[in-house]
Design a binder for this molecule. Structure first.
Ligand code: PAF
Length: 284
């Protein structure tokens, strides 16, 4: 496994692999890797000749400075984990290597077709602009034929798929299922920021999401939304920011179950000060 910090180095390596007809798979990350990431990397390894993982805490997708400052970073630990799953290349650029001053000042814009106006987009203004900005840059540098994203960030996956179509990138987006702890808690880099007490209470999120599937036949989407929010907010340190039942492609809210063949419930909950996201497929 090699670690490249510069765009030039990785581009030269990719060019050499392509000359010998090797396929490139790519897993973009912000580090703080956990089993969820490793599952993407294992899949990437099994479906491509070369697996490249980027580690870059992208400043332009953080609308909260505190969140950016406290985002867990440990390249040494991440590198060990990546070595253990046979990753071929880590691309860990500096901020200067990726962005010039204008780009950092937030001049990027992209047509999202409304996908960024709901859920995460509503509560984290500019977040998806930053995500598209960095992922489009990384795709142009790494030029993978397949790229792997976790479905925990459900809206992100929908937006990346839209971006690839809009910008005509020749890359196949592979969404990968959420990995969970035995307790049901969705794996997330942010879980390391939870105290053990918070972690115990956070289990309620996945428990309620799972349970709510039993009520799909009996409740309207609106009633089910209310039920989920009430059940989770009963736990003292949990506060639902939003729970929305949406069409899995357009991300628009549905009012009747018959409105869509593919329905997903997406949630964000504050557990103390830590913002956790999760989702569950409700139909299709
Ligand atoms: O999901 C993430 O970790 C990030 O949003 C991504 C895709 C690596 C872009 O910075």
């Amino acid at each position: 496994m090699v670690i490249f910090n510069s765009v030039k180095e990785i581009q030269e390596a990719v060019a050499a692999y392509k000359t010998s007809s090797k396929t490139i798979g790519f897993v973009p990350t912000m580090g703080a890797l956990h089993e969820g990431h490793l599952s993407l990397i294992k899949r990437c390894k099994s479906e491509n000749d070369i697996c490249i993982v980027s580690i870059f805490v992208n400043p332009t997708q953080f609308n909260n400075k505190q969140d950016l400052a406290t985002y867990p970073r440990d390249l040494g630990k991440d590198a060990k984990l990546l070595e253990s799953v046979d990753c071929d290349i880590i691309f860990a650029p500096t901020e200067q290597e990726i962005y010039n001053d204008n780009e950092l000042a937030g001049t990027f814009s992209f047509s999202f077709n409304g996908l960024d106006e709901v859920m995460e987009g509503k509560f984290r203004p500019g977040h998806f602009n930053g995500v598209v900005q960095i992922v489009s840059k990384l795709f142009s540098i790494v030029t993978p034929s397949k790229a792997y994203f976790g479905e925990k960030d459900f809206q992100q996956v929908a937006i990346i798929k839209h971006m690839v179509k809009e910008l005509k990138y020749p890359v196949e987006i592979i969404p990968c299922p959420i990995l969970r702890e035995g307790s049901g808690l969705a794996l997330s880099s942010r879980n390391t920021l939870l105290t053990s007490e918070e972690k115990k209470k956070a289990i309620t999120i996945s428990k309620v999401l799972n349970e709510c599937r039993n009520f799909v036949a009996r409740m309207s989407p609106e009633e089910l939304t209310q039920w989920v929010v009430n059940e989770i907010n009963k736990v003292d340190i949990l506060q639902v920011e939003y729970f929305e039942i949406v069409d899995g492609n357009s991300l628009q809210k549905i009012t009747n179950w018959s409105d869509s063949e593919y329905v997903v419930g997406c949630i964000t909950v504050y557990c103390g000060k830590i913002r956790l996201i999760d989702n569950i497929r409700l139909k299709g």
